[in-house]
Design a binder for this molecule. Structure first.
Ligand code: AVI
Length: 319
């Protein structure tokens, strides 16, 4: 579908204004923090794709391997004639593993904030799965409270892979699950990918890869501010700082200032002392009891849970 140019420009302007507000609020706060969703501009998304293939970053390939093992069982437990509702992009290998197993799907419903991304995904999947009804929904899945009635017919099975739930604060994760519970309705279910607590060294290495891709991913946020908000960050004067906070069960990621410096962002000045940090991400890790507690607070219960042989990652079917 062709989007009129003026509509695209309006949306881009609105996105930039959101970004400007979030950055000015986040840099003005103590401690400084910018929401993780802004890491994913076009370059950030490409860098994240690179991260997924890194030898140290085990979650993507481990989750795919688990899904290959349990997809038939998920299809059996889901029953016939379901709609598969994916929270997020939907173009990945993991989606296809489920689509291949759930052969008699009523519809596939990817939800994403990016219309362009959704259109491309839908076109690819319609071509590769002729006969599959693909009904994309444009929107922020964190806010989505219902699906268009056209999707009705059959049980709704949600899919939220990649341990993206780990990037939410636990209370946001519960909120997300409560919303999903309503959207998927009483007879629905959710297939949830969750990164597990493990040896801190393994976790540390996954977010401090030797090729420096994760560092580029973090510092790309400063580059984005330079480009979109007329900021003056010197990327060589900041470092990527990621570590596992065992007490909180989360990876914490920051951009750390390597010296005193004053930076202009969207017309305002911000002074950074040496060592001062901008928080960019949390990545929470759960154990099975933590997943059960989260599910319970979100209005679900674990119906089945699969792990890899090394207990790195879990795929849970929540009912
Ligand atoms: C998208 N998300 C699940 C990734 C994670 O592992 O928390 C984001 C990421 N950030 C740095 N490396 C990966």
């Amino acid at each position: 579908m062709n989007v009129p140019l003026f509509a695209l420009d309006d949306r881009m302007l609105a996105d930039r204004e959101d970004f400007r507000r979030a950055v000015l609020t986040g840099l003005g706060r103590v401690p400084r923090a910018i929401p993780a969703k802004y890491l994913y501009d076009a370059r950030g998304s490409a860098l994240f794709d690179e991260i997924c293939d890194l030898p140290e970053y085990y979650p993507t390939r481990t989750e795919a391997a688990i899904l290959r093992e349990c997809a038939d069982e998920i299809a059996r437990l889901a029953g016939p004639g379901c709609a598969l509702v994916e929270y997020g992009s939907g173009s990945s290998v993991k989606t296809r593993i489920l689509l291949d197993a759930m052969r008699d799907l009523h519809a596939y419903v990817p939800i994403d904030i990016s219309r362009e991304h959704l259109d491309a995904t839908a076109a690819r999947l319609r071509k590769d799965y002729p006969g599959l009804r693909v009904d994309p929904v444009t929107g922020d899945y964190m806010q989505l409270a219902s699906l268009p009635p056209a999707i009705d017919g059959g049980r709704r099975i949600g899919f939220f892979p990649g341990s993206t739930i780990g990037n939410l604060m636990p209370e946001e994760a519960v909120q997300f699950l409560r919303r999903a519970r309503r959207v998927l309705r009483g007879d629905g279910a959710l297939v949830l990918g969750v990164d597990l607590r493990k040896d801190p060294k393994r976790l540390h290495d996954a977010y401090n890869d030797s090729a420096g891709v994760t560092a580029r991913f973090t510092l790309n946020l400063l580059r984005r501010m330079n480009r979109e908000l007329d900021a003056t960050f010197d990327l060589s004067a900041f470092s990527h700082d990621a570590f596992y906070n065992e007490a909180e069960g989360r990876i914490e990621i920051y951009a750390r200032s390597l010296r005193y410096q004053s930076v202009r962002v969207a017309g305002q000045r911000f002074a950074f002392t040496k060592g001062e940090r901008i928080h960019t991400e949390y990545s929470y890790k759960y154990d099975e009891a933590g997943i059960a507690a989260l599910a319970d607070q979100g209005g679900f219960a674990i119906q089945a849970l699969w792990k890899d042989p090394d207990d790195l990652f879990a795929v849970a079917l929540l009912r």
